[in-house]
Design a protein around this ligand. Structure first.
Ligand SMILES: Cc1cc2nc3c(=O)[nH]c(=O)nc-3n(C[C@H](O)[C@H](O)[C@H](O)COP(=O)(O)O)c2cc1C
Length: 183
């Protein structure tokens, strides 16, 4: 079954080049994201799409951030500044926490994580590739503020998106019995 093959064969890709998905394809990608399970339908996820001049704007924000770090090495500063250029498109994953008596913050973050996986699967189905990255540039108040997030919002990661430059990685063969037990 095609849908299952899409899930079983998805791999992340580090070397991402043009083309990135077009507007119509991205609409499907975001629709897939918004089909993530979402307790009480709080809609705790939103996304910032970065491409074209957005990439250099994000690079400037990362550069500004690196200037706030005492003793940062020139290599690390350069790495932060260049990070957004690793793909033609970045989808920033944002969790927008909504106060609710039955839905703790962790559930809302899990919902955004499920949305991220739906995005990667939708991209894979359309022959695009992606990689989810976090590190110091995510969960980062300086960067969040620069991107206009409010205090209830958090960056859960960056999905670097494009077309894989080369062959897809091999899917690792894992023994299911090492991961599944039965009661
Ligand atoms: C929440 C989260 C954060 C991640 N952050 C990074 C990261 O900062 N850098 C990185 O190289 N991989 C990161 N990864 C791992 C890659 O996205 C990817 O899953 C991993 O390389 C395994 O490849 P695969 O998806 O093909 O199995 C992260 C994964 C998750 C789920």
């Amino acid at each position: 079954m095609e849908a299952l093959d899409n899930i079983l064969n998805r791999v992340s890709a580090r070397n991402l080049v043009q083309p990135h998905p077009n507007e119509d394809e991205l609409e499907l990608v975001y629709k897939a994201a918004l089909r993530a399970p979402d307790h009480a339908w709080l809609r705790p996820s939103r996304f910032i799409e970065v491409s074209d001049e957005g990439i250099s704007k994000l690079s400037s924000i990362f550069d500004e951030y690196s200037q706030t770090i005492d003793d940062i090495s020139p290599e690390v500063a350069e790495k932060y500044k260049n990070a957004p250029y690793r793909a033609p498109m970045i989808i920033i994953l944002i969790n927008s926490y909504k106060e609710h008596p039955k839905v703790p913050a962790i559930e809302q973050k899990l919902s955004t994580a499920a949305a991220a996986q739906n995005i990667m699967l939708a991209l894979n189905a359309m022959k695009y590739s992606a990689i989810w990255r976090t590190g110091k540039l995510a969960f980062n108040r300086f960067v969040s503020n620069k991107l206009g997030l409010d205090n209830t919002e958090e960056i859960l990661g960056y999905l670097y998106v494009g077309t894989s430059d080369g062959k897809n990685k091999k899917v690792p063969e894992l023994d299911i019995d090492n991961f599944v037990s039965r009661l």
